[in-house]
Structure formats: structure tokens, C-alpha cells
Design a protein around this ligand. Structure first.
Ligand SMILES: NC(=O)c1ccc[n+]([C@@H]2O[C@H](COP(=O)([O-])OP(=O)(O)OC[C@H]3O[C@@H](n4cnc5c(N)ncnc54)[C@H](O)[C@@H]3O)[C@@H](O)[C@H]2O)c1
Ligand SMILES: N[C@@H](CCSC[C@H]1O[C@@H](n2cnc3c(=O)[nH]cnc32)[C@H](O)[C@@H]1O)C(=O)O
Length: 423
């Protein structure tokens, strides 16, 4: 581990910086919307004199977001949001770019938390969180760090569920903007981003064929829809499992087989959990799985696939390839778990494509500006990204793609606003 000269960063190895710079340059060339926001920030300096702490999967797209927030005048500190998704070369490059970094790949659980706390000890005015990790620390063991915080923005579905639980108890201490709930986030990031990056992670890790296999998608929310769609495109037979009757009907109408997890467990070759829940694949399911079944998670924590119950059925566990653990069951079968049951697209891949994170992180950037300007008016609440900002991101995306769309005429507007015109 190396500490930079001003002791404002903790990263694994500063000599990796050149590779990190190349990675950041590559993604920033494919993030036109965020580049436009960067120009606005350079001009307006919305964060001048403010400190911002970010906890996100610390790879190249995230690094570019940190640089954009810095370009807006902020002093930026960053930490990871998953022990296996931090890329050490990107961390080193960010330090050279003047961002304080407290992160390294695969730290011990205790150190992972300590790094996160160090990032908060800079006493930020604003935060960007992923899954509510920073918010949880600030509302539990480190309430002493709450006083400087004006507000923040949350990246993902599970984080917003947690924030709403805090808000309901009247315990949330500052406004948080629910970036995941913006259309330009979940419609594209959760669906097309997860759909593509999950198979990027699975395919590069296993080097096995998907066509002809049976892929079981556990949960048919925004992520599940994307994963099922891409599994079908790769030639798999797709089974969906759900606990929500409406989503189950939707999966059926979308052309997928829908069944209980117990039945799916018998049929599946590759399993992907995307529920944000716990124990969705567990002991009773392992009992009936095929020899050689492959398990992966792209939801939230590494508890969607119950690892202790899998270990209890096993006589031996060994790493057979980077990011693949073979659980050798006492009855002679083997079940393979990818990336220790952590997010397969980030722990065993590079995460979502740059063009997808372009929209997500453009929203993060404008949401941070919004909460800084409106934190007093919003109060201690979970706030939506205002529709105009969501639409602005979509318009910038269309502009970058060179796509024009139509405008309503005055007659059309009047017609749509009226309840009497029937012609
Ligand atoms: N890997 C990534 O890059 C990535 C991207 C976006 C979101 N996420 C995370 O993925 C998870 C899902 O996100 P989403 O936006 O799709 O959420 P969502 O709420 O739209 O969907 C979750 C679905 O899981 C279903 N579900 C819950 N428990 C289940 C169970 N036991 N069996 C079967 N289905 C069950 C729910 O009914 C729901 O339809 C969240 O934890 C989110 O934070 C991950
Ligand atoms: N703390 C959790 C976080 C779940 S993250 C889920 C979020 O990751 C985000 N994400 C997906 N790919 C990338 C990426 O490449 N860079 C940064 N964030 C990403 C995505 O927007 C999604 O909402 C954990 O233990 O892993």
C-alpha cells in the first residue's frame, strides 16, 4: 500500500497510474453527455470551495465523474463501494489527477470500512453514495461527521429502499436525491447496462458457451428484464423466477418460462440473481441442482446466493479459475460460484458500458448540483431528480447521437390539453 506525499490518499500502488490514465481517457471519450456537463461546471463552478465525498465502484467511469465534480470547483475524495470492484490502476491515476483516494482492490472487511470512514473524515459538504454505505456510517457509528453535510445523491435501487426506511422513521438527517429513480438511470443503466455487463462478466470469466443452455434469472425488475433479454439474445433458454405476480405475468408475456425457484433449480445451467434480496438461492435449491451449475449475483450484496449453506453441503472448495470457486459437494456434484457471489459484472468485469454510465453519471452530476442549490428547501427527505434535469440528460444524449425528434405543434398541444375535442 502506498500513501501519497500529502498523506491525503491511501491506494495500493502508485506505479500503476499510467494504465489508469489510459483507462480514464478511453471512457471519457465515450461519455459525451458528461463532457457537456463538465463544460457547464468549468464555467459555473457550482461546487467552488466545497468538499465532496464519493463512494462508487471505483473504476474508470467513476474516476471520470470524480474529475468532472472536481472541474466544478470541489475538493473531491473518493472510496469504493464493493471490495472487488476497485481497480488499483485507476485509483493511482486519480491521485495524480488531484483527487483524494481511499481505496484498494480486495481489502480485508475491516480495512474496507476504515477506508470508507477516512473518506468521510474529510468532513464533506456533499456526498454521492451507492447502496447507502456512507449514509449508514453517518447515521450510526459516526454521527459526529453529520454536521457539515448539506445533502447527497444515491445511485442504486437498494440504497433508495434504505433511505426511504430512514426517512419513514424521521431519522434521515439531510436530503438525498434518488438518482436511480430517474428515467435516464433505471431504464438504461439497470436494464441495458446490467443486461450487457452481466454477460460480459460471466463470459470472460468462464469462457463457456451460453447458446443452448438454460439461464435462470431470479427477479424480473429492471435488471432482471435486461439480463433475461440478453440471455435470450445469446441463444439461451430463459427461465424467470419472481415473488411479484404482476412481474411474473410480464415475464411470461415477454416470452420467458416462469416457475418456482425449486423447479428452476433443477433445470438451470447458469443462474443470475438480481433481486436486492437475501437467500434467493439456498440449501434446498443446491440439493436438486445439476452437476456443474454456475451461480452468479448481479443484485446487491453477496447474500443473494446463500454461501454458508453451499459450503455446508461441500467437502471441499477450490479456486479453479480467476473469479470461479468450485464447491465440491459431498454427493460428488460440483457447483461453481462466480466472483464470490458479489456483483459479477463489476467484480468479474469492468461494469456497465461507458455510454450507459454517461447518462447515469450525468444525472449524478446534475443531482449533486441540484441538492447543493436546494438542500434547505428540500429538507431531510428523499427527493426525486426533477423531471427537467432527467429530460435534459435525454436531450443531450440524443444530440450526441445525432438524433432529431419532433415537436408538438400549437394545435397538437391544444388538442392534447382539451377534454372536449373529439375530432
Ligand atoms: N449489478 C449492477 O450493476 C446493478 C445495477 C443496477 C441495480 N443493481 C441492484 O440490483 C438489484 C435489483 O435492482 P432493480 O432495479 O432490478 O430492482 P427492482 O425492484 O426493479 O427488481 C427486483 C425484483 O426482484 C424481485 N424479487 C425480490 N425477491 C425475490 C425472490 N426471493 N425471488 C424472485 N424475485 C424476487 C422483486 O419482486 C422485483 O421484481 C438491486 O439490489 C439494485 O441495487 C445492480
Ligand atoms: N455496495 C453494493 C453496491 C450495489 S451497486 C449497483 C450499482 O452499480 C452501478 N454500476 C454498474 N456498473 C458500474 C460501473 O461500471 N461503474 C460504476 N458504477 C456502476 C449501477 O449504476 C448500479 O446502480 C455492492 O456491494 O456491490
Amino acid at each position: 500500500m502506498s500513501i501519497d506525499s500529502k498523506q491525503t490518499s491511501i491506494v495500493a500502488d502508485m506505479s500503476l497510474a499510467p494504465e489508469g490514465h489510459l483507462k480514464i481517457d478511453w471512457v471519457s471519450a465515450h461519455m459525451p453527455v458528461l463532457n457537456r456537463i463538465r463544460e457547464q461546471f468549468e464555467r459555473d463552478q457550482p461546487f467552488k470551495g466545497l468538499k465532496v465525498t464519493i463512494a462508487l465502484h471505483l473504476e474508470a467511469k467513476t474516476a471520470y465523474l470524480a474529475k468532472v465534480v472536481k472541474a466544478g470547483g470541489a475538493e473531491v475524495t473518493i472510496t469504493g463501494s464493493n471490495p472487488l470492484s476497485t481497480q488499483d490502476d485507476v485509483c493511482a491515476a486519480l491521485v495524480e489527477d488531484g483527487v483524494s483516494v481511499f481505496a484498494k482492490y480486495n481489502p480485508e472487511p475491516k480495512e474496507y470500512k476504515e477506508l470508507m470512514i477516512k473518506a468521510l473524515e474529510t468532513k464533506p459538504d456533499l456526498i454521492i453514495d451507492d447502496g447507502g454505505d456512507l449514509v449508514t456510517i453517518l447515521h450510526s457509528e459516526r454521527q459526529d461527521l453529520l454536521s457539515t453535510i448539506r445533502g447527497g445523491a444515491e445511485e442504486t435501487t437498494t440504497g433508495i429502499i434504505r433511505l426511504k426506511a430512514l426517512e419513514k422513521q424521521d431519522a434521515l438527517q439531510f436530503p438525498m436525491v434518488a438518482v436511480n429513480d430517474a428515467y435516464c438511470k433505471h431504464l438504461f443503466d439497470n436494464r441495458y447496462g446490467t443486461g450487457q455487463s452481466v454477460f460480459d462478466g460471466i463470459n470472460r470469466t468462464t469462457n463457456l458457451v451460453v447458446a443452448g443452455k438454460t439461464v435462470v434469472v431470479v427477479g424480473y425488475g429492471w435488471c432482471g428484464k435486461g439480463v433475461a433479454m440478453r440471455a435470450k439474445g445469446l441463444g439461451a433458454n430463459v427461465i424467470v423466477t419472481e415473488i411479484d405476480a404482476i412481474k411474473a405475468v410480464e415475464a411470461y408475456m415477454d416470452g420467458f418460462a416462469v416457475m418456482s425457484m425449486m423447479d428452476a433449480a433443477r433445470a438451470g445451467d447458469i443462474f443470475v440473481t438480481v433481486t436486492g434480496n437475501r437467500d434467493v438461492i439456498r440449501g434446498e435449491h443446491y440439493e436438486v441442482m445439476k452437476n456443474g451449475a454456475i451461480l452468479s449475483n448481479a443484485g446487491h450484496f453477496d447474500i443473494e446466493v446463500n454461501k454458508p449453506e453451499l459450503a455446508a453441503l461441500s467437502s471441499n472448495i477450490r479456486t479453479v479459475r480467476r473469479n470461479i470457486e468450485e464447491y465440491q459437494l459431498k454427493d460428488g456434484r460440483s457447483i461453481y460460484l462466480l466472483a464470490e457471489g458479489r456483483l459479477v459484472n463489476l467484480a468479474a468485469g469492468d461494469g456497465h458500458p461507458a455510454e450507459i454510465m454517461d447518462m447515469t453519471f450525468a444525472l449524478q452530476a446534475v443531482a449533486l448540483r441540484y441538492v447543493n442549490e436546494q438542500y434547505e428547501a428540500i429538507g431531510r427527505k428523499v427527493a426525486n431528480v426533477p423531471y427537467e434535469l432527467d429530460e435534459q440528460v435525454a436531450r443531450l444524449k440524443l444530440e450526441a447521437l445525432g438524433i432529431a425528434i419532433d415537436k408538438l405543434s400549437d394545435e397538437q398541444k391544444a388538442y392534447l390539453d382539451s377534454w372536449t375535442s373529439h375530432e
